[in-house]
Design a protein around this ligand. Structure first.
Ligand SMILES: [Fe+2]
Ligand SMILES: [Fe+2]
Length: 475
């Protein structure tokens, strides 16, 4: 499973032995690069960026760090090695050998799953394209670019599957990936959260903490798939994804650390005074958390979903850590799961078919993981000597999809009237004034070892580099 770096498209799938496939992907490659130049990181073409590149799929040592100009990044196709004798771990085919080709009867479903996942990858690059202009440090700029090139590679991972296993319509889907644009009125990206703006670094860190974490949970569910090439692709993507989550969590952590410092210095919790001192007050951070959390919860889809049950029963998409779960992995008709409903003016939970509730289950697994991260943030606030804390909103808050879509739920989980909700909205979700304030903070800091006033330096450098390391060299 060593990676061939000599060919145009680095890969560990022996691409050279399938000339037709290789040619098709080499044909897609320049279109991908055009897309990168057009809507990838703004103005970055000539920068030398200290990036990691995958040189192996061995979990113990897969990355190599060096300066790279981003258009020359070696985007490639890397799958984890096949597991000998792997069998379906769930659903109707449980115990049977996994598939190495797409079963005809599941072709449409599988293609849809791969396209939906694939579409999110270029979308986030587009959403983040202007952030380089306002980076708070070279360290952060480098991390942004690392996330961007890896999202690009995730697109390659999905495009490989489309080209290799879906023939002509797979190739057409791969072309469409480069034609849609985040936020575009005519050709938007497929999922809502990937059409939102990421216009400042607070949003970027929230996005990587929350929305990349949705990516982790979707990928983890696909890593269980009985379609082995999909499982092996997503397993390696998960390895890269961990860094994206780190960027988000540590980014917000450093903001909190800095805000707490200034709160202590000035002995105040007053948002206006803190803003005047050039740091981000906790209520503003909470509003951004509420926004990104709620739009990301929608990505899991409706609580009750026959599609989700079909994907599971057919062995296409499992649950989070499927193999570690102690049930029958088939979810027969008696298995149940608690699902929230709004009924008679109250939020209640009702036991539903576990098979139909898989979206809700994955969403709940995700929420637990988010909560653990928020708890770690609150430790930073505690150590910083402030009594203010962040919290995750109720899962019914500000939802557009599913059982809460037509209700008005507060972050505390109370049902209120639309009028009441509207009246209080500006204390829950980022306002124009918040955006305007953040824009005043977002200036470019691009000197080695220097950091914007609103964020603390990281505890340690990337690849054990010192604080003054020049992570990005400008042309
Ligand atoms: Fe990704
Ligand atoms: Fe990611």
């Amino acid at each position: 499973m060593s990676i061939d770096y000599a060919s145009k498209i680095p890969n560990n799938v022996d691409l050279g032995s399938n000339k037709t496939l290789q040619r098709a992907l080499e044909h897609w490659q320049p279109a991908y690069l055009d897309w990168w130049r057009e809507v990838g990181p703004e103005g970055s073409t000539d920068y030398d960026v200290y990036l990691r590149t995958a040189v192996s799929v061995d979990p113990k040592g897969w990355a190599h760090f060096d300066y790279v100009k981003m258009p020359d990044y070696r985007w490639g196709i890397f799958l984890t090695p096949p597991e000998k004798g792997r069998v379906h771990g769930f659903g109707a085919h449980k115990g049977q050998p996994v598939w190495n080709e797409v079963p005809g009867e599941y072709r449409t479903h599988l293609r849809r799953i791969i396209v939906t996942q694939g579409d999110t990858e270029p979308a986030s690059v587009e959403q983040q394209r202007a952030l380089g202009r306002t980076c708070p440090s070279l360290y952060d700029l480098r991390n942004l670019y690392q996330v961007n090139v890896e999202e690009g590679r995730h697109l390659w991972a999905m495009v490989y599957l489309l080209h290799a296993y879906f023939g002509r319509d797979g190739r057409e889907e791969a072309d469409e990936m480069l034609a849609r644009r985040s936020g575009d009125a005519d050709k938007p990206r497929i999922l809502g959260a990937f059409n939102e703006k990421t216009s400042d670094w607070l949003s970027f860190f929230m996005f990587t903490f929350l929305t990349d974490r949705d990516g982790k949970y979707q990928l983890a569910a696909l890593a269980e798939s009985g379609f082995d090439p999909l499982a092996r692709s997503t397993r390696f993507m998960l390895t890269e994804e961990a860094h994206h989550l780190f960027v988000g969590e540590s980014g917000i952590g450093r903001i909190l650390q800095r805000t707490a410092e200034v709160m202590r210095e000035l002995a105040t919790e007053d948002p206006d005074k803190l803003r005047a001192a050039g740091v981000i007050d906790i209520p503003t951070i909470q509003r951004y958390l509420n926004f990104h959390f709620s739009v990301t919860l929608d990505l899991y889809g409706s609580e009750i979903s026959s599609n989700a049950s079909t994907f599971f029963s057919n062995g296409l998409k499992g649950r989070f850590e499927e193999t570690k779960l102690g049930d029958d992995h088939v979810l027969t008709s008696s298995a149940e799961y608690a699902v929230p409903f709004v009924e008679g003016g109250r939020i209640i939970e009702k036991a539903q078919s576990a098979l139909l509730s898989l979206n809700e289950r994955l969403r709940d697994d995700y929420i637990k993981d988010c909560q653990a991260g928020v708890d770690r943030w609150n430790k930073i606030l505690e150590r910083g000597g402030t009594s203010q804390r962040l919290r995750l909103a109720h899962k019914g808050f500000h939802r557009k999809i599913g059982n809460f879509a037509h209700s008005h739920v507060t972050p505390e989980g109370e049902l209120v009237t639309e009028a009441e909700w509207k009246k209080r909205e500006s204390s829950w979700l980022p306002t124009e004034a918040d955006h305007a304030f953040l824009n005043t903070l977002m200036g470019r800091v691009a000197e080695p070892g220097k950091y914007a006033n609103w964020i603390a330096p990281p505890a340690r450098g990337i690849d054990q580099r010192p604080e003054s390391f020049e992570y990005v060299r400008f042309a």
